[in-house]
Design a protein around this ligand. Structure first.
Ligand code: NI
Ligand code: MN
Length: 225
């Protein structure tokens, strides 16, 4: 699995000739100005919740690629009504294709569309492909529900928000990595706006002090799992 960081909470995940985009917020992110959404391949777009900083480029990418938008029922219906290909699910459900499975798991957050309309309940995904599993937490607080994940799935990487203010910060993300039993963390949802700016070196040191590794990718760079 090749995971490319597209800035903020946006990811491009590739394996077995399958291409997945997660929470595309690229054209509105000055830090990701070197990423052209028109060059992105996608068979699927996973959407954790309806906030603008997770859905901004969903429609443009779906139009370009014909990708299937996979999300909670309300978000899927929202895009289905606009004639996009969608797969609707809800917490606890798993979407299974020939090359991967994606389970929609709980997140503690909110989920309204930019116009204030209801975006269902927010979630994260446990994605499994080629014998590897990753947890894409979405925007979430630290929650005991994270302990359910390793009861069923041995994670290879946990992708956790670390920017604080709207989600967990670094200290809670360290505890989250204990809860999901995965010491290899890819941090996201930081530095895009002033309220979520972090000291990246200090964050890495804190993880190291707890015998964990925090990977922070430059935008456009990849991690292989
Ligand atoms: Ni959010
Ligand atoms: Mn967000």
């Amino acid at each position: 699995m090749k995971i490319t960081y597209l800035g903020h909470a946006s990811l491009h995940i590739e394996f077995s000739e399958t291409s997945i985009i997660v929470d595309p917020f690229i054209s509105g992110n000055p830090l990701a100005a070197h990423i052209d959404i028109n060059n992105l391949q996608a068979d699927y777009i996973l959407v954790t919740h309806a906030h603008q900083d997770h859905i901004l480029d969903v429609e443009a990418i779906a139009k370009n690629t014909g990708a299937t938008i996979v999300s909670n029922y309300e978000i899927a219906m929202h895009y289905g009504a606009k004639d996009f290909n969608v797969f609707a699910m809800n917490h606890g459900g798993t979407y299974t294709t020939e090359t991967f499975s994606a389970k929609y798991v709980n997140a503690i957050h909110t989920s309204s569309f930019p116009d204030g309309s209801y975006g269902g309940q927010p979630g994260g995904f446990v994605l499994t492909a080629n014998g590897k599993s990753i947890y894409i937490a979405g925007d979430t607080a630290l929650t005991y529900d994270m302990k359910l994940i390793p009861m069923q799935t041995k994670l290879d990487v946990a992708i956790l928000p670390i920017g604080d203010t709207f989600t967990m910060g670094v200290e809670d993300a360290i505890i989250a990595s204990d809860f999901v039993e995965c010491g290899r963390v890819l941090g996201y949802h930081y530095d895009s706006f002033p309220p979520i700016a972090i000291d990246k070196e200090a964050a890495k040191i804190r993880f190291k002090e707890k015998a964990k590794s925090l990977v922070l990718l430059d935008i456009g760079k990849s991690l292989n799992v």
